[in-house]
Design a protein around this ligand. Structure first.
Ligand code: ADP
Ligand code: MG
Length: 728
């Protein structure tokens, strides 16, 4: 029996499993597996608790005494909850999360033992992580990497292990993870936003970025996952003919969720709630088998941790339901891919959302200062944003008429476009008359009502303002949210600093504060207009228009990544203390290498599938046809034979052509791969993969997909799209 037949049979046997849901009210167990402030209060002396939680703005100085006390409390709590191990939990640059578990248990002599965990183990570890990517930062002779406790993200228990969120840095101080630069960028935007916000409200003493991610994913039955090497090894199908019915009926989106999927969702939601992850919405996506999950937004550092954690939890729980989660950006050709929408905003200690229009002209001027500065920031660095989200997987999405295009632009909606036009139209460099000022202020004062019923949401823009936050929609489904957040925080902070300087300068020249702000904003509106686009971002018209505006449209990762190490980017990050040049270059190289490796694996897998799975079956079927033609000759009168055999011979010829094309293309692809592999420079190697190997994947796939509809269905070795894509 073929692997495909086996897979089909097992998939049919996989029935809905009752989810191990918790009967209690969610509020009764939310965060039960988290060493939260709530729990800390019970376990820590008050003085230590205050030291840890009171002063969120400043980075806490952790002395040994504090660390020991926290460690003792964590241990007591974790052991009481049944944990046996502890682990530093970090986010290295391979995109996954890393853990190394140690037991609390320590032999204490004379056959006895005790649970041991102290401050030094909490604060710092030296994981043997020499095989995690460092981009050449850690030479083997100084291969030490340190993980260090991040007290701003709470520890949690996962499957009996106390996980302590940490940063991961090299012996020489360079960051080797996503969290370190994220924390730096959060701190940076805090400092600068407070300065700007205090122009309006002295009560604002802390500003922190908020992130609400929306995670798209596919689910398939695990039997299919194992029966297709492309899925097991690459996370996406490298061939497969589009099914007769895909997403054209548009009946999946918000449709009712299949029972087996609901059981899976319920179970991972319970697990998430226990871990304090506020998952809130779930629904079907546009494509069959595609779903989305979104939590309530949180402080960005915690939201990034929670996204990484949810991805792990979902994967574990899917397996229990004989399902597999696919986070790849494009697991199936011809239907939509998966993204991660990053909703980003800035919140204050006073409970205000700085991206939310206020109720009065004064608070709206505060809003406009941040809102317009954001647009200006993006207009300064569109290519850096593109670089931040570039990956082999995301290249299949961006610009493929379903996801945001590779061209970065900002959508703000009709009402706000009107507001900006109005501010801009006031004569620059001239003092506004009191009447003009009042009129303008009154108009701005109207923003809240208008915004609330702003329904003209544009689904095609990569960066859309959606009433009280910016939604960055171009992030890949599989990627860590960190890099996108780091870029947004840094470009915004850099811009806000300039805003403050410009306003201050005008005020020094005795320009009144509001006037100084208006003038500065007016210049920004004029200078950054080219980044605003309200039309259909999928259209040909936009591609032409964007080119005329000088906006970049880079279709592949190696090209997009060049902007990651441009003089402008290095200047931005080093000036703001987020990355040194060495760190940028290391990250650049890691991403190029990851890209080349992804294509190398895909190319090897497709070569194997073509040569060892597809061609033998195509030849077998072709032989049957040949036998059939020969048989026809024996039994049919010659007049009929010529007619009837002609059709069969046509099919035999077609099969022959496709087989021959595949063989030639696979041979060419292997040659191209060898050439690429021989290149030392990470950039040139990635470019060779993009330009020489990747196109071959497409042509080979084309011929395999043609064979799929020519060859007898019973012989076809791989589960087909129509079989995999409709989970029941
Ligand atoms: P939709 O865009 O689907 O209509 P919402 O506007 O309610 O839904 O929110 C979408 C996402 O935006 C949610 O994941 C939510 O957590 C996030 N979000 C809402 N407000 C903020 C905010 N102030 N900062 C960051 N994310 C936010
Ligand atoms: Mg969205």
């Amino acid at each position: 029996m073929s692997q495909r037949t086996n897979a089909l049979q097992s998939a049919q046997g996989h029935k809905e499993k009752p989810s191990a849901g918790s009967p209690a009210k969610v509020s009764e167990y939310f965060g039960i597996d988290v060493f939260s402030e709530h729990i800390m209060r019970d376990y820590l002396p008050l003085e230590i608790f205050r030291q840890l939680t009171d002063n969120k703005d400043a980075s806490i100085q952790i002395d040994r005494k504090l660390a020991d006390q926290v460690a003792a409390a964590m241990k007591a709590w974790a052991v009481s909850r049944g944990a046996t191990h502890y682990s530093h939990w970090f986010q290295p640059l391979n995109g996954a999360t890393a853990e190394k578990h140690d037991a609390f248990f320590t032999p204490a002599g004379a056959g006895s033992s005790m649970e041991q965990f102290d401050g030094s183990q909490l604060v710092q570890q030296e994981p043997d992580a020499s095989s995690l990517p460092s981009g050449g930062i850690r030479n083997t002779f100084e291969a030490r990497g340190y993980s260090a406790w991040d007290p701003s993200s709470p520890a949690f228990i996962l499957e009996g292990t106390l996980c302590i969120p940490t940063i991961f840095i090299a012996y020489t101080g360079e960051a080797l993870d996503y969290k370190t630069p994220l924390l730096k960028s959060n701190q940076l935007i805090n400092e600068i936003s407070v300065e700007v916000a205090q122009l309006f409200d002295r009560g604002i003493t802390r500003v922190y970025p908020t992130l609400g991610w929306e995670q798209e994913y596919f689910l398939i039955d695990e039997s299919f996952y194992y029966a297709r090497h492309d899925l097991t090894l690459c996370g996406r199908t490298l061939c497969g003919h589009t099914p007769a019915r895909g997403q054209q009926m548009e009946d999946h989106y918000f449709g009712s969720i299949p029972g087996r999927v609901t059981a899976f969702m319920k179970e991972f939601e319970v697990a998430s709630w226990r871990l304090g992850i506020p998952v809130k919405t779930r629904h079907n996506e546009v494509a069959p088998n595609q779903f989305e999950l979104a939590p309530v937004y949180e402080e960005a550092n915690i939201a990034v941790d929670h996204n990484q954690l949810v991805m792990v939890v979902m994967d574990k729980i899917a397996r229990k339901h004989n399902l597999r989660v696919l986070y790849h950006e494009k697991p199936f050709a011809g239907i939509n891919g998966s993204g991660k929408h990053n909703n980003w905003s800035l919140a204050t200690n006073t409970g205000k959302n700085l991206m939310s229009p206020g109720h009065t002209p004064k608070t709206n001027l505060l809003f406009l200062s941040f809102f317009i500065s954001f647009i200006k920031a993006v207009s300064e660095h569109p290519s850096l944003l593109r670089a931040a989200i570039a990956s082999a997987g995301n290249d299949h999405r961006l610009g493929a008429n379903e996801a945001p295009p590779a061209i970065m632009s900002v959508f703000i909606g009709k009402q706000l476009t009107g507001v900006l036009e109005e501010i801009e139209s006031r004569v620059a460099d001239r003092k506004m008359t009191p009447d003009e000022k009042t009129e303008l202020k009154l108009n701005i004062g109207k923003i809240p009502q208008i915004i609330l019923d702003n329904t003209d949401r544009n689904r095609t823009s990569p960066l859309a303002f959606t009433g009280n936050k910016f939604e960055f929609r171009a992030v890949g489904a599989s990627s860590n949210c960190g890099p996108a957040m780091i870029v947004l925080n840094t470009i915004m902070a850099d811009q806000l600093r300039r805003f403050k300087q410009q306003v201050d300068k005008l005020m020094e020249k005795n320009v009144e504060k509001d006037e100084a702000i208006f003038r500065t904003l007016r210049t920004y509106i004029r200078e950054s207009k080219f980044i605003l686009y309200e039309g259909n971002n999928y259209s040909e018209e936009w591609i032409r228009e964007a080119a005329a505006r000088g906006l970049e449209n880079t279709g592949n990762t190696p090209d997009a990544l060049r902007n990651y190490v441009s003089g402008k980017t290095i200047d931005l990050f080093s000036r703001n203390g987020i990355f040194t040049e060495k760190e940028m270059v290391a990250r650049y190289e890691i991403r190029l290498e990851t890209y080349a490796k992804a294509l190398q694996i895909e190319s090897r897998v497709l070569g194997d599938l073509a040569g060892n799975h597809i061609i033998p079956v195509a030849v077998e079927y072709q032989n049957r046809l040949i036998q059939n033609v020969k048989g026809l000759k024996d039994v049919l009168p010659e007049s009929l034979y010529n007619d009837h055999a002609g059709n069969q011979i046509h099919t035999i010829t077609k099969i022959s052509e496709h087989i021959s094309e595949i063989k030639t293309d696979v041979a060419d692809m292997i040659t191209a791969r060898k050439e690429a592999n021989a290149i030392d420079s990470p950039r040139e190697k990635a470019e060779a993969y993009a330009n020489l190997v990747k196109p071959m994947l497409e042509t080979i796939r084309y011929h395999i997909d043609k064979l799929e509809i020519l060859v007898d269905d019973r012989l076809w070795p791989l589960p087909k799209y129509r079989e995999m894509l409709f989970v029941k």
